[in-house]
Design a protein around this ligand. Structure first.
Ligand code: GDP
Ligand code: IMO
Ligand code: MG
Length: 427
């Protein structure tokens, strides 16, 4: 099983960090392939509790190499801070590799994103304001600056001078703001070049050699399928593909190499930021889920919108990603609820639909059609074997499997590595 992908199957924050940290024990490489420091992946292991943004969640095992792939946008200041924090807590980060093809987040990306979000007013996307969208936009507009450019100072200065001239026009003429200084940004990024040069390489060659040796590689997804720019709730989406297909592009691997796609689902639904969410609960049950599950942004602290499991969205996600199996996380959060609901269809314009619509205007009108199941009302956090779960909890998981259309290989009942029911090994 050389390559497995761990994919966020909903709107992000499904518990990918926990699952990757657990599975990485058997992986020689753990590769982040999309997003940037908009991600916040929580890992709780014997070394402590960590909130990772750019650092792949496999960094905690001495035998695992952590790779930031070409599909990621890298803010070198954030990565520096993250590495310093990890080092100060005794985590060895020397086995990090950064793709020379990954794009850099520049100061103007962050400034411009703030201005764009303000300008959108009530239609703001509610982005993480880390400059992610503007950096990916520059990548496809062919004016991005890449990690590899840090190694060629002349190229770095020339590219920065050309792009900054244009960005400064935007800042001053469109937004009436002061221009940014070429010298200051150049000097700052030359400093990053010093620090990061030893880690920068062609990571595709490293992964190709790993495949030759039949080493296990784990692809670590960021965000979730419903934030995909093509298939998510556009324009309330992120700017790179969190799907399994994005794993091939963002790591530089052929699609035939991925042998197992693991979709990570929460046992319910959450979303941060704006955009439609048909099963959102603005009531006591929603608040109970938020408080029991500490559903607040890992990095931003923003309250997450909570609701019932949406099987319409889940089936769509499974179809887009081709899941071989799923991980159901946070089952324990539902331990106290007397009744549970699962959304199996949407009512819209007098019809019931079971396909996730492309139009957000339609999605906003969708009324969830629910089926109800009894809650188990017993603690599950210490359970390690599926059949030891309360029967009603087993039934809930089996119903999710049926609706999503694939088996649950992992069930997570707590945030620590060991709080997991393993029904089938991924590697
Ligand atoms: P990610 O972005 O997908 O890695 O997820 P986040 O780290 O942003 O959010 C998941 C949160 O749920 C974190 O606080 C985890 O520690 C926590 N978590 C993960 N799995 C479980 C679980 O099974 N039960 C509980 N109670 N918490 C969990
Ligand atoms: P992880 O990897 C949850 C959301 C933002 C916003 C939208 C666009 O921890 O699951 P962006 O800054 O990417 O342009 O914001 O996407 N978003 C996330 N929501 N988890 C994440 O990452 C997210 N990354 C981005 O809240 O709605
Ligand atoms: Mg997160």
């Amino acid at each position: 099983m050389p390559v497995a992908a761990v994919i966020g199957a909903q709107w992000g924050d499904e518990g990918k960090g926990k699952i990757v940290d657990m599975l990485a024990e058997k992986a020689a490489y753990v590769v982040r392939f999309s997003g940037g420091d908009n991600a916040g992946h929580t890992v709780v292991n014997p070394q402590g509790e960590f909130k990772l943004r750019l650092m792949p969640s496999g960094i905690f095992y001495p035998g695992t190499t952590a790779v930031i792939g070409n599909g990621v946008v890298v803010n070198p200041a954030v990565l520096s801070q993250e590495m310093d924090d990890l080092n100060s807590r005794g985590v060895d980060t020397s086995r990090l590799l950064i793709s020379d093809r990954a794009h850099l987040i520049m100061p103007y990306h962050i400034v411009l994103e703030g201005l764009e979000e303000e300008a959108r007013g009530g239609a703001a996307i509610g982005t993480t304001r880390k400059g992610i969208g503007p950096a990916f936009a520059d990548k496809v507009a062919r004016i991005g600056i890449r990690v590899g450019d840090l190694l060629e100072k002349g190229v770095l200065r020339d590219k920065l001078a050309a792009t900054l001239e244009y960005k400064n026009k935007l800042l001053s003429r469109v937004y009436g703001k002061n221009p940014l200084s070429l010298d200051e940004i150049y000097d700052q990024y030359c400093g990053y070049a010093e620090r990061w040069a030893p880690y920068i390489c062609d990571t595709t060659a490293v992964l190709a050699a790993a495949l030759e040796r039949d080493d296990a590689i784990l692809l670590e997804g960021a965000q979730g399928a419903l934030l995909d720019p093509d298939f998510g709730t556009y324009p309330f989406v992120t700017s790179s593909s969190p799907l399994a297909g994005g794993g091939c592009l963002g790591a530089g691997l052929g699609p035939d190499k991925i042998k197992h796609v693991l979709g990570v689902f929460k046992a319910f639904q959450t979303r941060v930021g704006a955009g439609p969410m048909p099963t959102e609960l603005d009531d006591d049950i929603g608040r109970t889920i938020r408080e029991r599950g500490h559903e607040y942004g890992t990095v931003s602290g923003r309250a997450r919108r909570c609701g019932w499991f949406d099987a319409v969205a889940a089936r769509f996600s499974a179809r887009l990603n081709g899941f071989n199996s799923i991980a159901v996380t946070r089952l324990d959060v539902m331990d106290t609820l007397p009744r549970l609901k699962i959304c199996t269809g949407y009512k819209v314009n007098g019809k019931t639909i079971t396909d996730f619509p492309a139009s957000i205007a339609t999605l906003e009108k969708c009324q969830p059609v629910y089926e109800e199941l009894p809650g188990w009302e017993k603690p599950t956090d210490s359970v390690r074997i599926f059949t030891d779960l309360p029967v009603k909890a087993q039934k809930y998981v089996k119903r999710l499997e049926q609706l999503v259309g694939c088996p649950a290989s992992l069930i997570s009942v707590g945030k620590r590595r060991e709080d997991t029911i393993v029904r089938r090994s991924i590697f």
